[in-house]
Write a new protein. Structure first.
Length: 243
């Protein structure tokens, strides 16, 4: 078995373990405004317009007809795919190369790195932003707009998932770096950041204290349940029950 197949098998087992633990609680998986039970059913049903393999192919084609509902099923439905990896350490070296090339003014190399990153992880908000920047520098505004449209759609999906004001109404993300992309879109900066778990509710949140010069609340909550479950299963594969 090659390394990629081993990684995929491990991812599938980790996701399955998390799902089995969740099923054992006997509770519907409604996190903030996201009904994960409904998402799971839709992306798993071959007769559904949101069947994940078809949605994924449309995403790879940058289908302009993908609407917000499609992006919601793509973004939250990825947690039920065996390829789901909210950390993806295999891409970190390529990401570092991108930033080195940007600092050194090597635009072509930076753009190539960004295109590879977004090809391998097309739902990653940061990689879409990086690819758009590289394409704009090359003068390919049409391709850049496609990535920016995808980036904005994914941000809107997250913003629709809650109001960010509490643990129970937090914005729901499937990977931690997406939090910073949402903050960027909102024009806010964080002065402090803590991870917290809510006893009895099985909610895991990143809580940002915002700098006081921006509009709106001075605190934002992001639900990180899926990233937390994935990471915990990675280091404690024999853990029983829901975290």
């Amino acid at each position: 078995m090659n390394r990629d197949m081993t990684h995929a098998a491990k991812s599938a087992l980790l996701v399955a373990a998390a799902l089995a633990a969740l099923a054992g609680t006997g509770r519907a998986q409604l996190i903030s405004r996201v009904d994960f039970d409904a998402i799971r059913r839709a992306v798993s049903d071959s007769g559904s317009p949101y069947h994940y393999p078809r949605l994924w192919q449309r995403l790879l084609r940058s289908d302009p007809a993908l609407d917000l509902s499609c992006y919601r099923h793509l973004y939250y439905g990825q947690v039920y795919q065996d390829s789901y990896d909210p950390v993806n350490t295999k891409l970190l070296e390529r990401e570092r190369e991108y930033f080195v090339n940007v600092r050194e003014g090597k635009r072509a190399a930076a753009a190539a790195a960004a295109r590879e990153l977004v090809r391998r992880d097309p739902l990653n908000l940061k990689y879409n932003q990086m690819a758009a920047a590289g394409l704009l520098q090359r003068g390919d505004s049409a391709a850049a707009r496609a990535h920016l449209r995808r980036w904005r759609s994914l941000v809107d999906v997250i913003l629709a998932s809650g109001d960010g004001r509490s643990d129970t109404t937090a914005y729901v993300v499937t990977r931690v770096p997406d939090e910073y992309q949402v903050l960027r879109h909102l024009g806010r900066e964080a002065s402090a950041h803590v991870f917290r778990s809510t006893s009895g509710k099985r909610l895991y949140s990143d809580v940002f204290t915002l700098t006081p010069d921006g509009p709106g609340s001075d605190t934002l909550y992001f639900n990180t349940n899926w990233s937390y479950w994935y990471l915990r299963r990675s280091v404690e594969p024999d853990t029983k029950g829901n975290p």
